[in-house]
Design a binder for this molecule. Structure first.
Ligand code: ADP
Ligand code: MG
Length: 622
């Protein structure tokens, strides 16, 4: 076949292949156009999941009659001056409308403030119809019917009405979070219908919009983020570690007001939460990055959801640092949703012996437990603690089981017990986790504050404390390393070898000694002792990938943290160990002093708190 110039319609259809993937992409482009036009109201109507109809109406600046034809012509935009580096609008490529018009039936009706009437233009599968007068208020209505009728192959990829509707709803929510001053409505199938009244552009309005979109319980369980580093500003909210999701869909990120799905940002969020969340749980986040438009490239993909930062290390460091700092500053705090669930689990009176009723109750459970032979094991002495609390002498003699016995079997409320033990000191009652009063089921410390009852999982709490101590040790000095008998040569792409060499000083601080070894290779001479026998090749390759992606050496740090976590798990107080009252109190004080101790290394809460008021409600006293 001879070489020939493609027709305008073909060119647009090829572009549409990238820009217009599904109905949700059309909605995204049209809503972005409305917002770029300064709209304060955006109304979206869809039918058939958007495949039959998408109509977006706005009250923005409108398009004048003589510019209507340009709006649907390829590479025509009102948003880009001469500087591709200075992009301040959502659109700039001038290809959304012609692309849609090449694969669907598109009509635009619009009226500007200056115009005394509206005008309309249509384009169907690339065929443009003449501009004609129309009746409309100020603003623009864009209607898209029969999406992909001109490209039936693409139509076959659509997932069905429900899935397309929910993708559309997701797109609208994502954009709406960035424009709290704008009212959005989406009418389609029942499940995707949205109504988001304007909440205002101030911080409070922003948070209200977030609550509209993500549910009111998010702000209740979130910590504000606000940090600046080298001209890059980060604001928003992240969930506390006990408020998580099974996937990362509830992580919203914006760069200069543009919704993005960015690997670097997602990775930074994961890194920031790595210590406090299990691998399969995800934080809920809304983060707004603001930076000089010249230092971020949004022209990476036609859908404009990808970005490239000029200084990825700076952005990653800012996000990780700000989130970690906020988490530490928020101190220990458990999710209200968890406490609410617990309240619901309490049932008054009717089932005195637990879930199974009397037949299956406490007694038979205990009998079975004893028969299993576990009962004896439970009381066997365990390794002494090395956390600096309690008295070493007493620890060696077996954790004062006598004191504990009085604690457990003595009548907790008797005047005798009170007198001999003394009421908890006022100062202890004023602390966050209160005064330890008892240990039950050999693992739970029951403590009392002025207005609540606190239950601590001693194993989980201690594991966390050991982990934090190990991590601190990792950071306070150079990580000890071991020399390899023979240096290990790792062959890499030349750029990777160069990048690793550039970071060799940081790597050395983490115990990994490496240097260039001719072109395309590095020689590893030392590895962190704590890693033991490790797969050096794999480690170095992972590090090279990470530096290429993010310009950091987080992988190594994370691996070391992971090891620390495993060690902590082995070195922690097992459940089943009896603690003396002063040991319990020491544990509580240490938790209060340790950032992140509200959750264990696997992200489970280490303690729960029941407010006295709620307890009273349970007993019908309020
Ligand atoms: P881009 O948004 O990249 O400029 P589009 O194809 O989406 O490209 O739109 C082309 C042009 O049409 C825009 O630059 C803008 O001038 C005009 N336009 C599109 N939609 C609207 C709207 N809702 N209100 C006002 N002008 C619009
Ligand atoms: Mg556009």
């Amino acid at each position: 076949m001879p070489i020939r110039q493609l027709s305008e319609t073909m060119i647009n259809q090829i572009a549409a292949g990238e820009v217009i993937e599904r109905p949700a992409s059309v909605v995204k482009e049209l809503v972005e156009n409305a917002l770029d036009a300064g709209a304060s109201r955006v109304e979206i109507v869809t039918a058939g999941g958007g495949l039959n109809l998408i109509r977006v109406t706005d009250d923005g600046s409108g398009i004048s009659e003589r510019e209507l034809a340009l709006a649907i012509a390829r590479h025509c935009t009102s948003k880009l001056s001469d500087d591709i580096l200075d992009i301040r609008s959502l659109g700039f490529r001038g290809e959304a409308l012609p692309s849609i018009g090449s694969v669907a039936r598109l009509s635009i009706r619009s009226r500007t403030a200056a115009g005394d009437s509206a005008a309309e233009i249509g384009i169907e599968g690339g065929r443009v119809s003449a501009v004609k007068p129309a009746a409309a208020n100020r603003g623009t209505t864009v209607e898209v019917r029969d999406l992909f009728f001109a490209t039936p192959a693409r139509l076959k990829f659509m997932k069905g009405e429900r899935a397309e509707s929910s993708a559309t709803s997701d797109v609208v929510k994502r954009i709406a979070i960035a424009f709290p001053g704008v009212r959005f409505t989406l009418a389609g199938t029942d499940r995707s219908t949205l109504e988001l009244p304007a909440t205002g552009d101030d911080p409070e309005g922003r948070l209200q919009r977030v609550a509209q979109v993500m549910g009111a319980e998010f702000p209740d369980n979130a910590i504000p983020i606000d940090a600046t580093r080298d001209g890059v500003h980060l604001a928003g909210h992240v969930s506390i570690p006990s408020f998580t999701r099974a996937n990362a869909l509830q992580q919203y990120a914006y760069v200069n007001g543009r919704p993005v799905r960015d690997k670097l940002i997602a990775g930074a969020i994961r890194g920031a939460f790595a210590d406090v969340l299990p691998r399969d749980r995800h934080a809920v986040t809304v983060l707004f990055l603001s930076l000089d438009p010249a230092t971020v490239d949004v022209n990476v993909h036609p859908a404009k959801a990808d970005v490239r930062f000029r200084d990825p290390g700076l952005v990653r460091g800012l996000i990780v640092g700000a989130i970690r700092e906020a988490l530490a500053g928020a101190g220990i705090r458990a999710a209200t949703t968890g406490a609410a669930g617990m309240m619901a689990a309490f049932r008054p009176g009717s089932a005195p012996f637990g879930h199974g009723g009397p037949a299956n109750g406490h007694r038979s459970y205990e009998a079975a437990y004893r028969a299993s032979g576990l009962a004896g094991f439970e009381h066997s002495p365990q390794r002494p603690l090395d956390m600096g609390y309690g008295d070493a002498q007493q620890q060696r003699t077996g954790f004062g089981e006598n004191d504990q016995a009085a604690f457990e079997t003595g009548p907790l409320h008797s005047a005798d017990a009170r007198a001999s033990r003394g009421e908890p000191a006022e100062t202890l009652l004023g602390t966050a986790l209160g005064a330890a009063r008892a240990q039950v089921h050999e693992n739970y410390i029951v403590a009392q504050t002025r207005d609540s009852l606190v239950i601590v999982d001693q194993h989980a709490a201690h594991e966390r404390l050991v982990y934090e101590a190990l991590k601190n040790a990792l950071h306070s000095r150079r990580v000890p390393s071991q020399m390899l008998l023979l240096p290990e040569i790792v062959d890499l792409a030349e750029e990777d070898a160069e990048r690793l060499a550039m970071h060799s000083e940081t790597l050395a601080r983490f115990g990994l000694g490496l240097e260039r070894f001719g072109p395309g290779a590095v020689a590893v001479r030392e590895t962190p002792s704590i890693l033991g026998e490790t797969n050096v090749q794999q480690l170095v390759r992972d590090l090279a990938d990470e530096i290429a992606d993010n310009d950091t050496v987080e992988t190594l740090k994370e691996r070391l943290h992971h090891i620390a976590a495993t060690m902590a798990c082995h070195g922690s107080v097992r459940s089943g160990r009896l603690l003396k009252p002063e040991e319990m109190n020491a544990l509580l004080r240490q938790m209060e002093a340790t950032p992140g101790s509200g959750t264990c290394n696997h992200g489970r809460p280490t303690y729960i708190e029941l407010k006295l008021a709620d307890i009273e409600r349970l007993f019908g006293r309020r």
